[in-house]
Design a protein around this ligand. Structure first.
Ligand SMILES: C[S@@+](CC[C@H](N)C(=O)[O-])C[C@H]1O[C@@H](n2cnc3c(N)ncnc32)[C@H](O)[C@@H]1O
Length: 165
């Protein structure tokens, strides 16, 4: 996949949600300015886009009803900082939907961390570590977030619903 295709793929998911629920306001965030530029070109009326770090959201406390983190978590060197940031910026009762690649199979995790991610990094992806159930559970507990759902779909696709009490 080319870099251009990669950027389009990323923004399309966001666009679909914003089109489906046009009465809501959306904020898209990414660390990479080129991703934000691509997103702004879509001219989605009910959305704004900011360059920022998920490990330290540039937003106020209790700012969001829902935070959706899609296929980005495996880039974070400090997952605890991400969950602490989510806890601060979600409103009470708000939810985080966290999706990424994962597995409970140790061999598969080893393959992801030692083969797949390093190859992706050679192509400039900046991947850090495949998501672990244990990491999600422990970090959420420390942050004071409740994991309502942790599913592994199609063998490798993590789908989590996490709530701020
Ligand atoms: C595999 S792409 C996925 C993009 C998109 N969220 C999607 O669902 O297709 C991973 C994205 O995470 C972004 N990213 C990596 N570390 C980040 C961080 N600390 N804060 C915000 N975004 C980050 C990268 O810039 C990249 O655009």
């Amino acid at each position: 996949m080319t870099n251009e295709e990669y950027k389009k793929l990323s923004i399309d998911g966001f666009t679909k949600v914003a089109e489906k629920y046009p009465d809501r306001h959306y904020t898209g965030l990414d660390l990479t300015p080129a991703m934000i530029e691509q997103a702004r070109k879509k001219n989605i009326p009910n959305a704004e886009f900011v360059v920022g770090d998920c490990e330290n959201f540039p937003f106020d406390e209790n700012a969001f009803d829902v935070i959706i983190c899609s296929n980005s978590f495996h880039h974070y060197p400090n997952p605890q900082a991400f969950f602490d940031s989510v806890k601060r910026c979600l409103r009470p009762g708000g939810r985080l939907i966290l999706r990424d690649v994962t597995s409970d199979n140790r061999l598969l995790l080893w393959f992801m961390d030692n083969i797949e991610l390093p190859i992706a990094n050679m192509l400039g992806h900046g991947d850090v570590r495949a998501a672990r159930r244990k990491t999600v559970m422990e970090c959420c507990k420390k942050a004071g977030l409740k994991v309502e759902k942790f599913e592994i779909r199609k063998g490798m696709r993590m789908h989590c619903v996490i709530r701020k009490a």
